[in-house]
Design a protein around this ligand. Sequence first.
Ligand SMILES: [Ca+2]
Length: 313
Amino acid sequence: MMCSPETWGTPGRLLGANVGSHLAFRLWSAAWTYSYSNQGIYSWEQARNYCRTFFTDLVAIQNKEEIGYLNATLPFHKQYYWIGIRKQNSVWTWVGTNKALTKEAENWAKGEPNNRRSNQDCVEIYIKRQQEAGKWNDEPCHKRKTALCYKAVACPELAAPKSGQVNCSHPHGASAFSSTCDFSCQEGFEVTGSERLWCTAGGAWSGAPPHCKAITCPMLRAPEHGQMNCSHLYGSFTFTSTCAFSCQPGFELKGSQTGLLRCQAMGNWTSRSPVCKGTVGLRSPASCLWLGEILLVTTRAVVGLLQRMLPPS
Ligand SMILES: [Ca+2]
């Protein structure tokens, strides 16, 4: 992990009257930027106010690696550091998320929380203590300690895809760590890629933003003895594509009233593909003449045959 303590802005102007003039240092880890009040010690409420004013909140999310990192990196202060856990209605609660502390996440020092004198409702972390380093202890909230803050690492803001929307939720501030964004597309389009992205530790989204792709309809072909003319707005045979069908002379379109098919939002065409059928029958004058001729030839042949078969009279 990288550690680069540096001064945070111009503290005198930034921190204002109620918290005085202090230097804050920030420490980098993979997930969070940690900060602490280097020259000030506060009650738990004041410490939280300090963190929320200049950073995100009192340190709230911890695992063994983070605790080890903090214990290795932060300097020893004999009053130790306030963290973001407080007893609420007799339940130890992470104040940032308002969630109860789970058994697995507990990190109490031996014999703690002991609630000595029945007024120990706030939690400190023992940084660089000789025993129980990195462990927690319940303490009276009015005691003055160093504020241990974190700042959520922000991800770049995401734009809505073309022909679609993006809907984000930000539990720790705009596009900050653990923000999630859900993507959806307009009617006739589908999401290609991840429908949900979240802001990971270190300020990168969990994947590339998706695109909205027009829904595809089955490919069409020109009918036998006919033509097809298509226009495509979003790509070959996709939502809103239209295809006009026509037939060669002597054939007519069957199976579609207008001969015009449109690709719909659900990926189907407005009707089945039409076919071109030959116009055989007695309706056209040409075919009438043709049939008449056949009839005449046949009659002549039959008459000729009969004449030859009958004995001459
Ligand atoms: Ca205690």
